[in-house]
Design a protein around this ligand. Structure first.
Ligand code: UTP
Length: 235
């Protein structure tokens, strides 16, 4: 039976203070993937990070056109993907797929595929979710800058608790009920956008949200350890 996995590498993990590219983290992440590979297909979806946000801010000031802002965010996420392709060397498909047609060609080579955004109006989490649905992936791992999903925004509430598991319906309720707290603008506490919630409801894919600030939890998951810090979203 084929076993596929999608990993979203949050843009917030890509850059250190001052916008310096965190090459060490990219190397550590790629080495983990290279070290052990149990999967038929691996797709890594890369976010835009602070650089994308700088461009988005400038384009917004210059034009006030949100679609152009999205397009520049997509471009930057594709440039970021190049960092992983470079580090994976021959193990990665050398191009960044920009459509599902191109993705299917990349998957046909059985190399690790790295991609960024696809079309305006969504985040790279939505891309990761759609790709996971397309691949009928065993799981989607979302590496971000928080330990998982909390019952409240941890930046605003000291008593916020990390949830080990959450159902699709409870996640939707949590996000809709606390939309003022959690559905913030780009760069703030916001893991799921509206598109990704819709795809999740349809695909019912198993999603694990965990911190990629320190890759130790991801390494545990990658090595099939049962205990790790993060939130599993499932039926
Ligand atoms: P993200 O906001 O998804 O990147 O994409 P990120 O930095 O990883 O986000 P976090 O840290 O996980 O929250 C950057 C921007 O690119 C545009 C959106 O404007 C998005 O905010 N984008 C991305 C699209 O318009 N379409 C896509 O398919 C992907």
């Amino acid at each position: 039976m084929t076993k596929n996995i999608v990993i979203k590498f949050g843009g917030s993990l890509l850059f250190s203070e001052g916008g310096i590219i965190n090459s060490q983290k990219i190397t550590e992440f790629c080495n983990t993937i290279k070290h052990k590979n149990d999967y038929n297909s691996i797709v890594i979806v890369c976010g835009g990070g602070t650089i994308a946000r700088q461009y988005i801010r400038a384009i917004r000031d210059l034009t006030g056109n949100e679609v152009l802002c999205d397009l520049v965010g997509i471009e930057i996420s594709r440039v970021n993907s190049r960092l992983f392709i470079a580090e994976m060397k021959g193990l990665a498909y050398p191009q960044v797929p920009t459509s599902f047609e191109e993705l299917s060609l990349a998957l046909g080579t059985h190399k690790i595929t790295i991609m960024g955004g696809l079309q305006p109006g969504q985040s790279t989490t939505s891309v990761a979710m759609t790709v996971a649905d397309y691949l009928k992936a065993e799981k989607l791992v979302i590496l971000t800058d928080v330990d998982g999903i909390y019952d409240k925004d941890p930046d605003l509430h000291k008593d916020a608790k990390l949830m080990e598991t959450i159902s699709y319906d409870s996640l939707q309720k949590l996000i809709l009920d606390s939309s003022a707290d959690t559905q913030a603008s780009a760069g703030e506490y916001r893991i799921f956008d509206a598109v990704s919630l819709q795809i999740l409801k349809r695909s019912r894919i198993k999603v694990i949200v965990m911190s990629g600030k320190n890759l130790s939890q991801f390494q545990k998951l990658w090595n099939n350890e049962k205990q790790f810090i993060g939130t599993t979203i499932s039926k």
